[in-house]
Design a protein around this ligand. Structure first.
Ligand SMILES: [Zn+2]
Length: 300
């Protein structure tokens, strides 16, 4: 059993309560999900029921992943190849250890079946297009065939890979990394977020990693927080070898220690001007000719 489960029980209880509020307010359209996840079994909520059923066809199986689908998928289906490649990309980029758990992806044939299952199994969760749900039993991704299937699976499977490899991942970093790895055309690059962050900086916005670190429930995270989380991840991975090393060292400690010293403290100790450097980086994200926006793939 994952040792962090007990420690996170109270947090998960709060997340479950928050999820109920989120549904009422309808803030988020889709996958803003990561920590809604652990609550289900830990707070004694109802577990998955037998009906509606989960997808039953085994489409892929490896040490890291089991893909269960409603549809029969050929072994060489591009989706399977992409998930396998994503696992390697995430593990290599972040220098993650071997997964200690397999991530199970349940791929429903359509939204109706998906929604019926989620409503039956996890009635406390608000409607979202895809979910990552971690329990004492398994790390599971739930999704359905739709226009955004690639993006959804990449985002949720990234959560799965992280939680199958590390003892814990702070909420903001969990989401920032999932946002980073969900895109494919220019890996890690989200043009909408980049433009939004750069515009905000031009209007006087000041980044605040301490505020991001204080967020511990999904209900506290607004769309803007996902953007800023993505931008910090992009900055840490691309700004310099030193910033990349600081992030990787932090993730390395999360292999064994679920509650290490805050990343912000480490960053400022090593680079006292880190906040100003991030702000400059964020300002340059909006320029298509900037070193930042123009060369993300080369810098990786
Ligand atoms: Zn997420």
């Amino acid at each position: 059993m994952r040792t962090e489960l007990t420690a996170m029980a109270e947090q998960c209880k709060r997340a479950a309560e928050s999820s109920t509020r989120d549904r009422a307010t309808g803030h988020w359209p889709r996958k803003f999900c990561a920590v809604a996840w652990l609550c289900v079994l830990l707070v004694g909520c109802r577990g998955p029921s037998a009906n509606p059923s989960l997808p039953k066809r085994m489409a892929a199986q490896s040490d890291e992943l089991r893909l269960m689908s409603d549809h029969r998928l050929p072994k060489n289906h591009p989706l399977i190849a992409e998930l396998e490649e994503l696992q390697k990309e995430v593990a290599t980029t972040l220098d993650l250890p071997q997964q200690t758990q397999q991530v199970v992806i349940y791929l429903f044939s359509d939204e109706t079946r998906y929604a019926q299952y989620l409503q039956s199994a996890y009635p406390q969760l608000p409607p979202r297009r895809a979910y990552f749900v971690g329990t004492a039993k398994e790390l599971a991704v739930y999704a359905f065939w739709g226009e955004k299937i690639q993006e959804d699976l990449r985002h949720e499977y990234t959560h799965g890979i992280l939680h199958a490899s590390l003892k814990n991942v702070p909420l903001w970093l969990d989401e920032g990394l999932a946002e980073y790895f969900e895109v494919t055309e220019q890996p890690g690059w989200n043009g909408e977020y980049a433009a939004g962050i750069a515009k905000a900086v031009s209007e006087g916005w000041k980044p605040d990693i301490d505020r991001l670190e204080s967020l511990d429930t999904v209900s506290q995270m607004q769309k803007w927080d996902y953007q800023e989380s993505w931008a910090w991840v992009h900055f840490l991975l691309h700004a310099s070898p030193e910033t990349r090393t600081l992030l990787l060292d932090y993730l390395n400690e999360l292999r064994e220690n679920p509650n290490p010293e805050a990343l912000s403290v480490r960053l400022r100790r090593s680079i006292p001007t880190i906040d100003q450097r991030f702000q400059s980086y964020a300002a340059a994200l909006g320029s298509p000719m900037s070193p930042v926006a123009g060369r993300p793939a080369e810098l990786r």
